[in-house]
Structures are given as structure tokens and as C-alpha cells.
Design a protein around this ligand. Sequence first.
Ligand SMILES: [Zn+2]
Ligand SMILES: [Zn+2]
Length: 259
Amino acid sequence: MASEPTAMADLFESITSSQDVYTVELGVHFALQILFWWLPGITLVSLNYLAPSFSTRYKIQPAEKQHTLLDIGRCVAVSICNQAIELLLHFCLLNYYTSRGREATVRMKGDLPSLAEFTRDFVLSFIAREAIHYYLHRLLHWRPLYKRLHKIHHNFTAPIAFASQYAHPVEHILLNVLPITLPLVVLRSHVLVLIVMVGWDLLATSVAHSGYDFFLGLAKMHDRHHERFHVYFGSSGGFGIMDWAHRTNEESVVQKKVD
Ligand SMILES: [Zn+2]
Ligand SMILES: [Zn+2]
């Protein structure tokens, strides 16, 4: 992958050499939100109105707990604010790094990463993301922080896709942005790793909050967290690894009560 003059390498080269770094990096984050969060979110939320019988068949929680149009409006407004804050903070971070001679927060120019480099950065950032997200989420369930920050996100006991970014701005940065951005910036990963990681994270969180059970059980765990509060603290795209390790999956919590 490294020095082959591939079409993808040419595309990256032409974009990074013709546009300034602010346009490219902030544009990548904006495009990822549109492609992997807004479009899946609009599709999933629309199912309730465009295909009601299909929607009813696959909804995890009962009809009386489902959202209203007002709920959708609240989610959209809060999510736009959170995404604007996120882009502003990203601008500040980029400004900080470029003023110190770094080309961007992640690597943009030169060869594409080799398969070995891509795999190493993907695995390390995935593990770091899971750990940071899990422990910060547990911390946000500590009563003083829960009341001030995390309670807003838990207003939805039966979530919808747009509720994935319905959160206090501080929580949005701590749980949705920091765990994924920090490892990639520390590792100075290639922007291609960032695109895959952030794209998967946004898609997974939309699906996990969708309230539908036709995604191989992916939505069930986080839906259960919204319903029960004390199970499944792991990230939406983490396949329950941290909950399994800490015995905060539902089976273990039930077993602990029996013991
Ligand atoms: Zn929670
Ligand atoms: Zn949630």
C-alpha cells in the first residue's frame, strides 16, 4: 500500500496539495458527520413514519415509550450545537498544532499508510477508545456528575438515532469526541485511519441508539443501558468487550445479584 501510485493515493495527494489544511481536516470531520451520522439518522428516524408496520415489528421497546416529533426537534437542535462546538474545538486544536510546525492533528501528506501501520494504529486506537469511553462513562454515572451532565442523555429511556448526540456539551466532548480523537492525535495516525475510525463510530452510535433490533443485536446492548442505567457502559461500536471484562453486561449483573 505504501508507495504504490494508487488512485486513492493520487486523490489524497491532489486534495491535500490543492486545499489548505483547515479546509481538508475540518471538511473531513464535517463530511463524516453528514455521511455516517445525519444520513443514517434521518433514514432510521424516518422508518417510524415511512414504514410503520416494519418499524413496530423491529422496535425493541413498546409503542407507549416511543418518541414524539418534539423529541426529534430537540435532538436535532442539541446535536447541531454539539457538532458546532466540536468543530470549533477541532479548529483550536489544529491551530495549536500548526502553530508548532505540525502539518495537521493527524498525518495528511506523503504516502498512504502501509497495511502494517494502518492495522497497528487501528488496533491501538480501538483499544484506547474502548478504555477511555468505558471509564469516563462509568464516571459520568457517579451521582454528582450524573445530575449535572449525563442525565440529559438519559432523558431518552427509549432512544432514537438522533439521541446519540443529545447530550450536555461537556459530555459530548468527553464521551463522543475525546476517546476517538486523543489516540489518533497521540499516534499521529494517517487521516485514512481517522476516516475509518470516526466513520464506524458515528454509524455504530446511530444504530445503537436507533431502538431497532435488526442489526445483529448491536442496538440491544445500548438500548438496554438507556432502559436500565446500570448495565452496558461500553461504546456503541465496541461489541461489549469492556462490559464483558468488567462484568457489567446484563447476564453478569443478574448473576452477581443471585450470588
Ligand atoms: Zn449512561
Ligand atoms: Zn446513549
